[in-house]
Design a binder for this molecule. Structure first.
Ligand code: NAD
Length: 300
């Protein structure tokens, strides 16, 4: 079997189009422009790239984009003031504080200070609790993107065996909750799991979110299973020239694609879906804030 490639780049473009259409309707029918504020503290190069890309895509979707770039030595008090100002701003519907924060800042405290209704990253403890109890919440963007791709590929995933490898708060745990919400039988595997290959071999759906390059080989995959590779790992690629690198996921693409029924590539799989889902969450938050119906197909 050769797996069908789930094209996250194309899927993300479709999500962005849906978001843009909805934004146009919000503007024309209600005079409302959804607004997203991104707060970056410090000069972490990867974070700067993400923030630039988020701002660009927000504007392309017709939304208002606001960026706060604060010095690396910004005090917790000053950062909390910025968040409070955004909480109080009726033109801002989504607030994202780019992580990681510099070490002197308490991430839990800062995330906890965001109005849960504007918490488009879905990391606030209220949203974690709402998701865990199957209630309407803001859902973390990367797992939401994975769920959208799974629904699109399968139609329904009800009753399927799903294994999530990784138990982080931003990917593994919310992913497991979303799969459970769609009535999968869910196993969360992690670094202490006994006999991981056997656990993975049972799965109709494998979501790998570990951060270990190509750790899942093809002979762990049940024939026909769907493999969602969340991992983004940069490896040296001397074959491409001096100092060059390449991106690989957490699964060994070549061998897994021979066994799986469908697979997301890296790059071009889960990655592009994350920002698309951030835009989707901002529109959802805007609709909820204004008592309007939520956009179809853009929420969990
Ligand atoms: P994390 O480091 O917070 O969590 C990794 C998890 O993997 C842990 O729960 C740990 O128990 C588990 N783990 C570690 N070693 C293991 C092993 N040998 N066997 C089984 N489980 C093991 O990472 P994270 O933030 O969840 O990110 C995971 C990966 O996803 C990273 O590569 C990250 O770059 C990527 N990521 C991608 C996106 C995206 O937009 N595509 C977003 C977030 C994270």
């Amino acid at each position: 079997m050769t797996a069908r490639i789930i094209d996250g780049k194309a899927f993300a473009a479709r999500v962005r189009e849906k978001v843009k259409d909805h934004v146009t309707r919000l503007k024309e029918d209600h005079g409302i422009t959804p607004g997203l504020a991104v707060v970056l503290v410090g000069e972490d190069p990867a974070s700067q790239v993400y923030v630039r890309s988020k701002g660009k895509q927000t504007v392309e979707a017709g939304m208002k984009s606001v960026e706060y770039k604060l010095d690396a030595d910004t005090s917790e008090e000053d950062l909390l003031k910025v968040v409070q100002q955004l909480n109080d701003d009726p033109e801002i519907h989504g607030i994202l504080v780019q992580l990681p924060l510099p070490k002197h800042l308490n991430e839990d405290l800062v995330i906890g200070s965001i109005d849960p209704a504007k918490d488009v990253d879905g990391f606030h403890i209220s949203n974690v609790g709402l998701l865990g109890t199957g209630q309407k919440s803001m859902v973390p963007c990367t797992p939401l993107g994975c769920l959208m791709m799974l629904r699109d590929h399968h139609g329904s995933i009800s009753g399927m065996d799903a294994v999530v490898i990784g138990r982080s708060n931003i990917v593994g745990k919310p992913m497991a909750q979303l799969l459970l919400g769609d009535s999968c039988t869910v196993t969360i595997a992690h670094s202490r799991t006994r006999d991981l290959p056997e656990v993975v071999r049972r799965a109709d759906i494998v979501v790998a979110a570990v951060g270990r390059p190509e750790m899942v080989p093809g002979d762990w995959i049940k024939p026909g299973a769907t493999v969602i590779d969340v991992g983004i790992n940069r490896l040296d690629a001397p074959e491409k020239g001096e100092g060059k690198t390449r991106l690989v996921g957490d699964v060994e693409y070549e061998s897994c694609a021979k066994v799986a029924g469908a697979i997301t590539p890296v790059p071009g799989g889960v990655g592009p879906m994350t920002i698309a889902c951030l835009l989707a969450n901002t529109v959802t938050a805007c609709c909820r804030a204004n008592g309007l119906p939520e956009p179809e197909g853009l929420t969990a």
